[in-house]
Design a protein around this ligand. Structure first.
Ligand SMILES: [Zn+2]
Ligand SMILES: [Zn+2]
Length: 430
């Protein structure tokens, strides 16, 4: 609390959050750009929604008993007395936007959103993290589940990841899940005393969540429990079969995991999760998703099927580091302009280069040649464009390679754009 209460201390980012600065931020934005290219080429359009919603959107959509809403959601009353919540997950907001605006179905949307949860601070878990996701509404066809899984797979492959696996399961639907839940409840009741402290009493509220419990007692009990994938109705079983057939046809390897249940109430039928083999098992989930045919109705719309996924950017980048792929390598500037004649030439030449589409920067404050050349070197620019008194008098500039062998050449100041283009093209070829 010292940082918060001491007005004189320099403020720091809040506990559990972090700043992302250049060049790491370049990698972050490149991740988003690559995702955008992939999903827009597959017919998904950007959906932007507020970072906060009325709290009821998440309470109704995710469910009060989930950890996300019950323990982690930032919920507060604003100055008008409205109960608001910072978005703790991506799907409910997008679906709320669908219900409100009624875009034509099928509707395929993608998003990049900060998610905010009051999590216990620990390595690689942040109270604000960033998620890439897609949501596709209006189609019950299992081939859309396959498409959504393919998008996640194709994206991770595009980043260079190879060490990951896919697990799939089915949550059934309103026909087969209720009788299964009765069966499961009877089983858990018979083994009640073997369950962990938390689930000993609480299993009745949502018995499937016991499959999610990592404590050895619950893992042991659920190992022998009836599995929903063995009790699907004919329609759900056929849907699950078609998902598997589609994945096989697209050469996407998968395992069926009867324990894979999602923590949110709105999931139906397909669930899936990609996990990295390169990072610690407790935090190796890269992407989770599934079908949520009940969510639109829960948020006040007409019954509308939907399927989607969310993928944590920070987690994916940890996996990239662990596999040594997708390195940080920001593109260099084309030119850095060094002007020791007062700054007018530096200002004008830098602007001309930029208006011609070249990447250029310069020094300010009339610093010495030595100081400006140091900045030019540090900038990573391909060439320095130098204006000294002799060049200024002759109407010339010097173009000096900074990252390769070669002599500096004088060129007419009027030709500086072409000269920098030539020099940077030559660099590209070596
Ligand atoms: Zn438990
Ligand atoms: Zn069913």
């Amino acid at each position: 609390m010292a940082g918060a209460s001491d007005d004189r201390a320099a403020p720091r980012a809040p506990t559990g959050t972090r700043d992302v600065l250049w060049p790491e931020s370049w990698r972050f934005e490149t991740t988003v750009a690559r995702f955008r290219r992939l999903v827009e080429a597959a017919g998904y359009g950007l959906a932007q929604s507020p970072v906060f919603e009325y709290a009821s959107v998440f309470r109704r959509g995710i469910g009060d008993e989930s950890d996300v809403v019950g323990k982690e959601m930032y919920e507060f009353e604003d100055r008008d007395g409205q109960m608001l919540a910072l978005r703790p997950e991506g799907t409910a907001s997008v679906v709320r936007a669908y219900v409100q605006h009624r875009p034509v179905l099928p509707w395929k949307a993608w998003y990049m959103a900060p998610l905010l949860r009051h999590e216990r601070p620990q390595a690689a878990r942040y109270r604000q993290h960033h998620q890439l996701g897609i949501e596709a509404l209006g189609v019950a066809d299992a081939d859309l589940d396959v498409e959504v899984i393919w998008v996640a797979h194709a994206f991770m492959r595009d980043l260079g990841l190879t060490d990951y696996s896919l697990r799939i399961g089915s949550m059934g639907d309103g026909t087969c899940r209720p009788p299964y839940l009765e069966l499961l409840t009877v089983y858990l009741d018979a083994h009640r005393n073997e369950l962990c402290d938390e689930h000993h009493e609480r299993f009745r509220a949502n018995p499937m969540r016991v499959f999610d419990c990592k404590r050895p007692e619950c893992v042991a009990v659920t190992a022998g429990a009836p599995k929903l994938v063995d009790h699907l109705c004919d329609e759900c079983a056929a849907h699950f079969q078609r998902v598997q057939g589609g994945l096989s046809s697209l050469d996407i390897p998968f395992d069926i995991d009867p324990r894979l249940v999602r923590g949110f109430d709105y999931y139906t039928r397909t669930t899936f999760e990609f996990a990295s083999g390169a990072i610690e098992a407790a935090q190796n989930a890269l992407c989770g998703g599934g079908r949520y045919d009940g969510l639109v109705e829960m948020l006040g719309g007409d019954p509308t099927p939907g399927v989607g996924f969310g993928m944590g950017i920070e987690r994916v980048l940890v996996a990239c580091d662990a596999e040594g792929v997708f390195p940080v390598d920001p593109p260099p500037l084309d030119a850095f302009v060094v002007d020791v004649t007062g700054g007018d030439a530096g200002r004008d030449i830098t602007t001309r280069l930029r208006e011609a589409g070249l990447a250029a920067d310069r020094a300010f404050d009339g610093r010495s040649m030595k100081a400006q050349m140091k900045l030019a070197d540090r900038s990573g620019a391909v060439v320095a464009v130098i204006v000294g008194p002799a060049e200024a008098a002759a109407g010339d500039v010097l173009v000096r390679p900074l990252r390769a062998e070669g002599d500096q050449e004088p060129v007419r100041a009027d030709d500086v754009v072409d000269a920098v283009r030539r020099a940077t093209r030559r660099e590209d070829e070596t």
